[in-house]
Design a protein around this ligand. Sequence first.
Ligand code: SF4
Ligand code: SF4
Length: 409
Amino acid sequence: MEEKTKSHRAAGLERVKKWLYAKSLEERGAGCVLCGSCYGHGPANPMEDHPGFKTKCPPYEFYRFQRFTPKSRWLMAQRVFHGLDPITPELKEVIYTCTTCLMCQEICGVRNDGYGPWDIAVAMREEITAQQGPIDAHRPLLEGLQHHNNPWALPKSRRGQWAKGLGLKKLGADKSPTLLFAGCSADLPSGRAGATALARLMKQAREDFVILGEEESCCGLYASDLGFRGEYYRLQQENLKVARQAGIKKIVVACGSCRRIWQDYPKEEMEGIEVLHGVEYVDRLLRADRLKFNKPVRRKITYHDPCHLGRGSGVYEAPRNILRSIPGVELVEMERNRRWSWCCGGGGGVPEAFPELSQWSAQDRLSEAGRTGADLLLTTSALCLRSFAQHGQSRVPPQELLEFIYQAI
Ligand code: SF4
Ligand code: SF4
């Protein structure tokens, strides 16, 4: 991980060139060895005890051509870096179908420094942006970030509306060492329930906290994952400046993707600032006896691990601990759970560029939820909820976990 922190200012293939050279024997061993583990069609990863499920990379499972595998994206980046291949529309299609599910990063055994096949695909996106600009489907997201610090181009006047009527304190007018970071989706239907429920839960716990309201900027998720590295650094630095100047010590986020991005900010600049998702916050309340569920909720529930909260942040048990502590709740797992959780198809700008792939991945997950016999599907990421709401048909309705928790109190 140290390597990653050191090079956090670079962009494009230059940023990952060490893994594209393959000149010395040492470097060759540190590049893709074509084992195929990342898409579930190779031998078991030699670094792994458990090979996991065969279905790993959503674009590969959808298109079923070798070029859509994580290893192919790595090899393509290598060839472009060495000037062997130009950036063509066909190459761009492969690079931009990655849903940023982080499965290949999880399973690839050749890198232990924070880099892996996914990072290299993202660096390839940065290279494409630098040489040719964003793809058409992603241009509005970039412009939204540039002009409004928001991928959906919501102007300041329309931001922070989610908090209306909740009586929350705002940074600037008030101070506190704890910040509730709502995320850009809080002002959209997909994120509103999570942000408002988290605020209510924190109020109920008598937590002293502030929000940023209309002053909140994107954490940098879209900028990071779609290859707008310059925008990502800008947002990262602006967010860090706000947090440090206000003396923030704890940031509680309402979305799984915000959790991953804040955690990825340079460690030395995050010193003294703790980041946790709402479910980790609630789990702590439970463990400290500051929260108790008394009324029975007779539901059969299955939980979808969002890629960025699970594989991206390592948060698997907090949501399950909470659900197990609600009397009457029966928790049933989907076959692919925790680190093997199947992607909803909602990340990486795929819904904007390849809606049919995104739709298929969401539908696949909803079908899996249906096979558990659950009557409710809980998750806690605005991207997953948007994906399930827009693309899937399910006999198991999806709901934001934080909202469910608040209703269960
Ligand atoms: S990217 Fe990693 S897991 Fe995939 S084929 Fe290459 S070495 Fe194996
Ligand atoms: S992050 Fe997921 S979608 Fe992207 S290449 Fe890796 S396994 Fe495939």
